[in-house]
Design a protein around this ligand. Structure first.
Ligand code: GDP
Ligand code: MG
Length: 447
């Protein structure tokens, strides 16, 4: 998709949330720093970026997670909403009225993609059963009119051009009567290398004559942040009603053009993502951000994490562990939670980072069997034994082994694992929770 780099760096940042044990200010700070870096790399304006990350931080502090949206979902949702706001909040597409014809005039600098976009718009509305025609009013470049004719033929619409006439107003008048047969007239205009008074005057004059229902500015994504200046200039002089950002496929800087255009006062209507007529879509900020963040994958991941361990429980457990309270009951609860998640190999696939360990299937299966035995063994323990596993020795081990059918050697393994974990936890009290979790996973295969 477009903005691949931004997408993958944002996805990675969000994965941190889903795999984190603690959702606290420290994590939010790390997260917002990463988001800053990603957005700046895609050329979003520094001020916009800082506004966005400050908003995320303050909302995280001020708003409260709910039962329906516990901390992880809560935080992800804030990030999602603020990115959506950055890109213009909601969809604002062009709605054609019943007027015949509805007139859309495209303006923009030379090479921005106006003519190509005519073919895309034609294709889009033709598919929706509108009778579409194009009108070529770029009289300055010799091949421009022929290019529009070729593009129009490609998508199968009528194209009005006059190769010999130098005055665009006259061309419009010449064909005016015939336009009534069409639902939609797409008007191609001339561009210049820069926004000169000449160009403005020509567009103003056409505007007065044609009275288009929409005046759409076409800007290429590679403009980055300068898109805002251009959009403002066009907006001030010819009062544009919307923007189409083209060449989204050709740059990693498209974040700059999208966010800049969004603040210009005219909304982005469509984006173009390639040279073909089909490389075109309505710009829908919420959907766009969902795709950018890979929300589909993320939802699955969150769903699993939620089932496995409630946020409260994990917070509880983390606190207990940091205080050095950790017993077999905690271990048992963790295991129960893990077993709800399905097979260990599936979990490994879902947890970012874990999948990179590339554990062979046999290892995973053996561990699953082992966890199952440990659970049987714990079912045969008394409450006191679970809470103070240190007292489990000799006779108790044989009793538990008989009761559960689990060999004494495996029960000793369990106790050994438990002691190692406890010792490790004492050693790392007060340390970074993420490091903790990593070590915890390492010592407790299957956790
Ligand atoms: P105009 O001068 O504004 O009419 O611009 P054109 O429509 O002639 O487009 C200029 C060049 O940009 C052409 O070579 C197009 O094929 C190319 N172009 C336009 N839109 C896109 C797009 O979305 N992606 C890519 N990759 N190229 C595009
Ligand atoms: Mg052109």
């Amino acid at each position: 998709m477009v903005l691949d780099n931004l997408s993958s760096s944002l996805k990675n940042s969000l994965k941190k949330i889903t795999s984190a044990l603690f959702i606290d200010e420290k994590l939010v700070n790390e997260l917002t720093q990463e988001i800053q870096r990603s957005l700046l790399q895609s050329d979003v304006n520094v001020k916009l970026v800082f506004n966005l990350t400050n908003k995320i931080k303050s909302r995280f502090k001020e708003e409260k997670p709910t039962k329906e949206a516990p901390k992880k979902e809560f935080l992800i949702n804030i990030v999602y909403e603020e990115l959506t706001n950055l890109l213009g909040k909601e969809k604002d597409d062009i709605k054609l009225s019943n007027k015949k014809p509805f007139k859309i005039m495209l303006v923009g600098l030379f090479g921005s993609g106006k003519s190509t976009t005519i073919a895309k718009l034609a294709n889009y509305y033709k598919k929706r059963n509108y009778k579409v025609a194009s009108l070529g009013l770029d009289v300055h470049r010799p091949a421009a009119r022929q290019q529009l004719k070729t593009l129009s033929d490609q998508v199968g619409i009528k194209c009005f051009i006059d190769e010999n006439e130098k005055n665009p107003n006259k061309i419009y008048k010449k064909f005016e009567k015939q336009f009534k047969d069409f639902d939609l007239l797409l008007i191609d205009t001339a561009g210049r290398d820069s926004l000169l008074q000449e160009l403005i005057d020509e567009i103003k004059s056409l505007n007065d004559l044609i009275k288009p229902d929409e005046r759409i500015l076409v800007i290429p994504a590679e403009l980055g942040q300068t898109a805002e200046r251009q959009a403002k200039a066009f907006h001030d002089s010819v009062n544009i009603t919307g923007i189409i950002v083209t060449k989204m496929d050709g740059t990693g800087k498209a974040g700059g053009a999208l966010s800049a255009a969004a603040v210009s006062g005219a909304k982005i209507k469509f984006i173009a993502t390639g040279e073909n007529p089909n490389d075109f879509e309505v710009f829908n900020p919420p959907n766009f951000v969902s795709r950018l963040l890979g929300m589909g994958d993320l939802e699955a991941l969150l769903e699993k994490a939620k089932e496995a361990i409630s946020d409260e429980k994990s917070q509880d457990l983390s606190k207990r562990m940091l205080k050095g309270h950790f017993n077999l009951v905690d271990l048992y609860e963790q295991m129960e939670a893990m077993s709800k998640m399905g097979s260990l190999s599936k979990i490994v696939e879902l947890i970012p980072g874990m999948s990179q360990l590339k554990l062979p299937k046999e290892v995973l299966n053996v561990q699953e069997g082992k966890l199952q035995h440990w659970r049987f063994a714990m079912d045969s323990m008394t409450r006191v034994e679970l809470e103070e596993p240190e007292i489990i020795a000799g006779d108790r081990i044989s009793r538990i082994s008989k009761g559960s059918g689990v060999p004494a050697s495996e029960i000793r393994d369990l106790l050994k694992q438990y002691k190692m974990a406890k010792k490790m936890m004492k050693g790392i009290q007060g340390k970074d929770p993420e490091t903790l979790m990593r070590k915890f996973k390492g010592k407790f295969p299957g956790m």
